[in-house]
Design a protein around this ligand. Structure first.
Ligand code: FE2
Ligand code: FE2
Length: 285
C-alpha cells in the first residue's frame, strides 16, 4: 500500500533536502544537467517535490497559517526549541552525523568567523528551528522544500515546475493569472507563501528582530526569487532592499556544513548572551 500524503516520508531525513540544494547550486551546474540528472539520481527528493507541488494549495496554506501563526503551542526558550528539534529521529548515524543543534551552530559560527552582525549570527542559529513542525505531525512536504507564492501563477523558475500539473489550484482561473489574488508590487510580506519551516520561524521571531533578519528567516527557501529572480512583479521597494540580505544569508545555509562537531560547552555562553540581547527568555511557539 502506498503512503498517504499526510504521512509520506520520501526523504530519509530533512537534511536530505538541504544536501540536494547544495548539489543543485554547485558551481557550474546547468539547468539542463540538473533536469536530466537529479530526478533520476534522487528519486526520493523528486517524489518529495511531487507531493509538495501537488498539495501546497491556497486552501492548505491559509489553513496552516491559521493553525500555526497564532503561536498557541506553548512557550520555549531558544535552547529548549533546539533541544526539541534534536529529538527528530531519522536514520542518520549518531557517531558520525551531526545533530540538528550542531548544524545550526555551524551556520552561525561561520557567520561569526566572517564578522557578520550579531543579529545575523542569531539568525544563523535559529533559521531552521521551524523544522519542529515535523514533530507536530506535519508531513515533510509541508515543512521543508523550496517555497513559492500560492494564489498566482507558478513561475517556471520553481524547481520541478511540471509537478504543479497535479495541483488543484490549476483549475482556479484567478490563481493562474500573473498577479492572481495580489496587487502589482504588493510586497512579498503580503504574499501567502507555500507553508513550511521558514514562515513559521519568522512568525515566532517577528516581534523581536530587524526586517533584514525576518526576511532571511521568511524567505530563505524561496530560491525562485533570491536565486532565479522570479516574482519581481510582486516586489516593492522594501523587498528590493532586503533581497541583498537574503542573498548574503544563502551561502551560509548551503555551504557551511562541515563534519567537525562544534564544542557546545565552549560556545554556550556566547549564545546565552546573544539570545538575551535580542529575545525574551521564553518565546511563544
Ligand atoms: Fe531552512
Ligand atoms: Fe538551513
Amino acid at each position: 500500500m502506498s503512503a498517504t500524503p499526510a504521512n509520506a516520508t520520501p526523504l530519509h531525513d530533512l537534511d536530505q533536502w538541504e544536501d540536494f540544494l547544495e548539489g543543485r547550486y554547485k558551481e557550474g551546474k546547468s539547468e539542463t544537467e540538473f533536469r536530466q540528472y537529479d530526478a533520476e539520481a534522487n528519486p526520493g527528493v523528486a517524489e518529495f517535490y511531487r507531493l509538495n507541488h501537488e498539495f501546497q494549495t491556497v486552501d492548505y496554506v491559509l489553513g496552516k497559517e491559521k493553525e500555526y501563526f497564532g503561536l498557541t503551542r506553548g512557550k520555549k526558550t531558544v535552547w529548549e526549541a533546539a533541544e526539541f528539534l534534536n529529538t527528530l529521529v531519522d536514520d542518520s548515524d549518531p557517531d558520525t552525523d551531526l545533530t540538528q543543534i550542531e548544524h545550526l551552530l555551524q551556520t552561525s559560527e561561520a557567520m561569526r568567523r566572517d564578522g557578520q552582525p550579531r543579529w545575523m549570527a542569531l539568525v544563523g542559529f535559529i533559521h531552521d528551528l521551524g523544522k519542529c513542525l515535523c514533530l507536530y505531525g506535519e508531513p515533510q512536504w509541508g515543512v521543508v522544500g523550496d517555497t513559492f507564492p500560492v494564489g498566482c501563477a507558478w513561475s517556471n523558475q520553481i524547481v520541478f515546475p511540471e509537478y504543479f500539473a497535479a495541483n488543484p489550484d490549476r483549475l482556479v482561473a484567478k490563481y493562474q493569472t500573473k498577479y492572481g489574488i495580489y496587487e502589482p508590487n504588493c510586497g512579498l510580506e503580503n504574499v501567502h507563501m507555500s507553508f513550511g519551516h521558514d514562515g513559521y520561524i519568522a512568525e515566532v521571531m517577528k516581534p523581536y528582530l530587524p526586517d533584514e533578519a525576518l526576511y532571511m528567516l521568511r524567505f530563505h527557501s524561496f530560491y525562485a526569487w533570491h536565486r532565479h529572480g522570479a516574482y519581481t512583479h510582486l516586489m516593492n521597494k522594501k523587498d528590493e532592499a532586503m533581497l541583498e540580505w537574503v542573498r548574503k544569508f544563502n551561502p551560509y545555509d548551503l555551504y557551511s556544513k562541515g563534519h567537525t562537531k562544534p564544542n557546545m560547552k565552549e560556545l554556550k555562553p556566547y549564545y546565552d548572551d546573544l539570545f538575551a540581547e535580542f529575545l525574551p527568555e521564553k518565546l511563544d511557539w
